[in-house]
Design a protein around this ligand. Structure first.
Ligand SMILES: CC(C)(COP(=O)(O)OP(=O)(O)OC[C@H]1O[C@@H](n2cnc3c(N)ncnc32)[C@H](O)[C@@H]1OP(=O)(O)O)[C@@H](O)C(=O)NCCC(=O)NCCS
Length: 186
């Protein structure tokens, strides 16, 4: 196929006409995963979780967090937020975004801000959100997804993510984050 035709077929606007990606099995004992853009009834709850987990330690406001999350209410273009519901209750959230680490701007997209409600941890919701993020990235034609973590390396290793060697630029960051990569199958 000529390169121009291929590029035209990949034009993001065409995705709006395409079926939504399958984000995971909807079965008993599994969370329901969907787009925040499709259901924002619990937007404030999700923003509150993310604010408490990551914004408060950095001294950032709830309003800044809300704005960032609102920008992720998309389906076919990054950044995108996915949400998990467990038996109808909001249970978790995750984002897929173009960049997340200043020292690794040439790779991506990045799985970011994965959060599961404390009361619902240990039921496979985190794993389901990670799987759904990989499916979304594949649907958006990204061959791999990256992430960094300062304290959850074991969690991602268990899920089959590849730990990447540190690069000299990253060593300037304290604490140095661990960087992981996972193919999407595209
Ligand atoms: C990390 C987090 C998303 C895990 O969510 P969860 O729904 O409890 O995870 P799951 O139930 O899907 O667990 C999947 C597997 O990882 C393991 N796991 C869960 N939390 C783990 C942790 N903190 N460290 C190591 N392994 C962990 C589970 O035992 C499970 O293994 P199994 O399949 O062999 O039983 C959740 O603890 C959380 O939101 N933490 C606060 C925010 C955070 O740290 N996010 C990650 C930022 S990098």
């Amino acid at each position: 196929m000529p390169v121009l035709t291929r590029r035209w077929l990949q034009w993001p606007k065409l995705r709006t006409a395409r079926a939504r990606p399958s984000l995971g099995a909807s079965a008993e004992g599994c969370p329901d995963i969907g787009f925040l853009a499709d259901d924002d009834r619990h937007f404030e709850l999700f923003a509150g979780w993310l604010h408490a987990q990551w914004s408060v330690p950095r001294g950032e406001s709830l309003e800044t967090r809300r704005l960032a999350l609102r920008a992720q209410m998309r389906v076919d273009r990054l950044p995108v937020a996915l949400t998990a519901y467990w038996q109808g209750s909001p249970a978790g959230i995750v984002s897929l975004r173009r960049h997340d680490l200043q020292t690794r701007l040439r790779v991506g997209p990045w799985l970011s801000a994965l959060y599961v409600d404390e009361a619902m941890r240990g039921r496979g919701i985190g794993r389901a959100l990670v799987d759904a993020t990989l499916r979304l990235a594949a649907w958006l034609d990204h061959p791999e997804v990256w992430l960094f973590t300062t304290d959850r390396a074991t969690f991602y290793e268990q899920l089959g993510w590849e730990r990447m060697p540190p690069n000299p630029e990253e060593r300037r960051q304290i604490p140095e984050p661990e960087v992981f990569r996972h193919p999407t199958g595209v």
